[in-house]
Ligand binder design. Sequence first.
Ligand SMILES: Nc1ncnc2c1ncn2[C@@H]1O[C@H](COP(=O)(O)OP(=O)(O)OP(=O)(O)O)[C@@H](O)[C@H]1O
Length: 209
Amino acid sequence: MLELKDIHYHPATSETPVLKEIVILEKKLKPIIISGPSGSGKTSLIEVISGLTKPSKGLIAWKNQTLSEHQRRAISGVVFQFPERHFIGLTIAQELKLGHRRLPRVIQSEVLKKVGLDNIKMNVLPENLSGGQQRRLAIAVQLIREPKILLLDEPTAGLDWSVRDEILQLIKELSNQRLIVIVTHEPELFIEMDTYNYQLSQGTLSKIL
Ligand SMILES: Nc1ncnc2c1ncn2[C@@H]1O[C@H](COP(=O)(O)OP(=O)(O)OP(=O)(O)O)[C@@H](O)[C@H]1O
């Protein structure tokens, strides 16, 4: 399903390569967990997979078809770390409609239901949501584009324990319909889930069997 063939990423602004000889080949729609310490290249890998960054070398394929950066951007939804810091809509409805001016109300309700926010009024201010609800909203914003790959950068960072469990449950539910790729420095949180597991260390990826 998702294949990364010998991906290298060495931006001109970095003395050393950020990603080296990255290989992923997974055939099932099972979440991919990539763990690694700060600075190991996790965010860069998300940017490369989602087509936001062009690798220096290598190919990325989805369902056996090699895709350009443009094509990968079209099928990817990315939720970056602490997405709530970047909300700019004055209400939940406005946040959902950014980039989708004519988004029908029914689609807004549908995505909010998918992330478990269907009991919240559309005119609520995003900053008045709880930490867990804000993460749900950030995921809902990406679901509008119906991404085939949903990439989450540290989805549980900074959340209370009880809220983390809720977000994990949501990720589990969402993983039935799309490929979820998670980068995290807390892989132990996902231990109960059926996932593919990788470790990133100084730009080198290894599969944990
Ligand atoms: N465009 C760039 N130019 C120079 N250095 C870069 C560039 N992109 C990434 N790096 C460097 O590559 C390394 C990996 O960065 P990246 O943000 O991908 O790591 P990370 O594992 O996500 O870290 P964190 O958990 O702290 O966010 C860092 O040392 C970073 O400074």
